[in-house]
Design a protein around this ligand. Structure first.
Ligand code: COA
Length: 150
């Protein structure tokens, strides 16, 4: 399998099981509730524009996905910033450029909608993921993510 045999398309509601399955394989935990919330926002709320994509193999199998949000609000006011919050590629298909292809199409799609900046959060200890985003032209932002334990 290489990037020429992979098609990137907009995510559909039918992709739910495939997305949850890939996420479970990469994170080793199942998070259907998280994706139920994400899919609800993506497909039922009018306040978010659809931006999420999947990578599909020639036989129709979904082998990767990227999810993000472009918030419009109830008054439909366009925002120039969007988020990329989850990306996953089936471990069997990793290191073949599919992640890079997903990011590239995700950016092109958002650019065509008028978005100027995409933010994402990465654990600084996750050197592989930091390397992946850096190789895909993400750089540290000028804001710091602060937190306080309760
Ligand atoms: C990050 C991820 C999407 C990259 O997908 P991919 O199709 O393997 O990406 P590409 O083939 O385009 O790029 C591979 C690069 O990513 C790096 N990489 C990042 N995470 C990696 C991982 N978990 N395993 C292997 N390589 C990883 C590799 O070092 C490689 O760099 P190189 O090309 O310089 O060797 C994929 O590894 C993955 O699903 N990881 C686990 C899920 C995850 O942590 N998601 C983030 C939560 S938002």
């Amino acid at each position: 399998m290489n990037e020429n045999t992979i098609k990137i398309r907009l995510m559909k509601t039918d992709d739910f099981d495939a997305v949850v399955g890939i996420d479970e394989k990469v994170l080793k935990v199942s998070r259907p509730e998280y994706y139920e919330m994400k899919f609800e926002r993506l497909f039922k709320s009018r306040e978010y524009l659809p931006t999420s994509l999947v990578a599909e193999a020639k036989d129709g199998t979904v082998v990767g996905f990227v999810m993000g949000e472009l918030y419009m609000g109830e008054f439909g006011i366009f925002q120039e910033q969007a988020t990329l919050d989850t990306i996953g590629v089936d471990p069997y298909c990793q290191l073949k450029g599919i992640g890079a292809q997903l990011i590239s199409e995700f950016m092109a799609h958002l650019r065509s909608l008028g978005v100027k900046k995409v933010n994402t959060l990465v654990d600084t200890k996750d050197s592989k993921l930091t390397h992946f985003f850096s190789a895909n032209q993400f750089s540290p932002s000028k804001t710091i993510n602060l937190e306080r334990n309760l």
